[in-house]
Design a binder for this molecule. Structure first.
Ligand code: AMP
Length: 405
């Protein structure tokens, strides 16, 4: 029997999300998550998806104490087992792990061995919030299935093609190099997947098109992709740089930090929390859900209007900047929670950019769909697309291609 299934794990500090895919036909077999790991009331939600044998989705939910990631993965394994999809199945080809930071060392998906795990650990100082949880996920899965290829897929990998002119900060080179300070970028699997899908939507191959990808979720980032290769992206050393996000400020004068230290007496940790958790849309208007912000705007709420205006202003600046970086743009693609669902954001981001060849058709923009689609008027110089992202599918594809190489 050929092993064609890939289990994708996305391990956070207190959660473990998973999807099981069958790469023989690309179908998704099961999905779920364990959250609040380590708390008294952890929650495990498992969904067996409609495929082959089963005709509709069925979900089981349990709560109770799940002590750590090892126990969480065992709970997931038990759920999969109950559906005949157990981790000891000979059909399982590999386990793919989303790893946030791969530094400059990891430019492609990588089979994990002890040396690779050590390298990922070495990157903890540049990704203190993310890599430790990813490492726990990998360790746990290796213990459960030591014989199976465990493959790390890095959020930063797609951006390692950025030229030095885009990746370097204009600071003292020795200091930057000593502390590995440069722009790495994140959401790479999403930018890779969406830029490829956008090319396909245009009936072209990725090397033929230049695309600006706007990944607008709770975290948000833009990228400039020239002929399938990333040449610039808005996140930097950490996911704090760039666009206005749900709770992160995005671009800011670094002197704000000195000012808050000197004048407001705030500590580094307090400022870190301010910029990462209490800024962005939530800092500006108290809400980070775009649905709620648009609803409040409809009621004439001034703070919601201002938050929306700042969010859109930043987005426009990046569209303009990446148009200049690329020279010629074939498509702008909106993706992730806000990009896929918020017609008002898409309309406002493109409004007034006809000079750049950009426009949306109001009727097409208003259509709700989970399919990749064009929303620009027929004959537009630059296509505007909505392309649902699928990071798990991209990870599974990369993992499967690697283990079958
Ligand atoms: P993500 O991080 O990609 O899961 O995106 C989450 C964000 O998407 C939420 O915080 C909302 O702001 C936004 N979102 C989700 N659904 C909608 C919707 N129907 N309309 C507008 N925004 C949405």
């Amino acid at each position: 029997m050929t092993a064609t299934r890939v289990l994708v794990l996305n391990s956070g500090s207190s959660s473990l999300k998973y999807q099981l895919l069958d790469m023989a036909d690309g179908s998704k077999l099961a999905t779920g998550l364990v959250e609040r790991i380590g708390e008294a009331a952890s929650r495990c939600v498992h969904t067996l998806l409609a495929h082959g044998g089963s005709t509709r989705d069925s979900t089981r939910e349990q709560s109770g104490h799940i002590a750590d990631h090892a126990a969480a993965l065992k709970a997931i394994a038990a759920e999969l087992d109950a559906d005949g999809l157990g981790l000891d199945s000979p059909e399982l080809a590999a386990i793919g792990h989303r790893v946030v930071h791969g530094g400059l060392r990891f430019t492609a998906p990588t089979v994990v061995d002890d040396a690779v795990l050590q390298e990922i650990e070495r990157l903890v100082p540049v990704a203190p919030l993310h890599n430790p949880a990813n490492i726990i996920g990998i360790r746990t899965a290796r213990e459960l299935r030591p014989d199976l290829p465990q493959v790390a897929v890095f959020d930063t990998a797609f951006h390692t093609t950025m030229p030095e002119s885009a990746a370097r900060y204009a600071i003292d080179v020795e200091t930057a190099d000593a502390h590995r300070i440069r722009r790495y970028g994140f959401h790479g699997t999403s930018h890779a997947y969406v830029s490829r899908k956008t090319a396909a939507l245009l009936g072209r191959t990725p090397d033929e098109v230049n695309v600006i990808v706007l990944h607008l979720g709770n975290g948000a980032s833009a990228s400039a992709v020239a002929g399938g290769v990333c040449v610039d992206t808005s996140m930097g050393l950490t996911p704090l740089e760039g666009l206005v996000m749900g709770t992160r400020s995005g671009d800011i004068d670094p002197a704000v930090i000195f000012h808050l230290t000197r004048v407001a007496g705030m500590s580094v940790d307090e400022i870190d929390a301010l910029l990462n958790k209490k800024s962005g849309l939530v800092g500006l208007c108290g809400d980070n859900d775009m649905r709620e912000i648009v609803r409040r705007m409809d009621e004439g709420d001034r703070r919601a209007e201002l938050a929306f205006a700042i969010y859109i202003h930043r987005l426009k600046k990046y569209i303009g900047a990446y148009t200049a970086v690329l020279g010629r743009v074939d498509a702008v693609a909106f993706t992730a929670g806000v990009g896929e669902n918020s017609a008002p954001v898409r309309a406002a981001a493109v409004a007034g950019l006809d000079g750049l060849g950009l426009a949306v058709d109001a009727g097409l923009n208003a259509v709700r769909s989970d399919k990749a689609r064009l929303i620009s008027p027929e004959g537009s110089r630059v296509a505007v697309a909505v392309v649902p992202t699928d990071e798990e599918r991209e990870i599974a594809q990369q993992v499967y291609a690697l283990v079958n190489d």
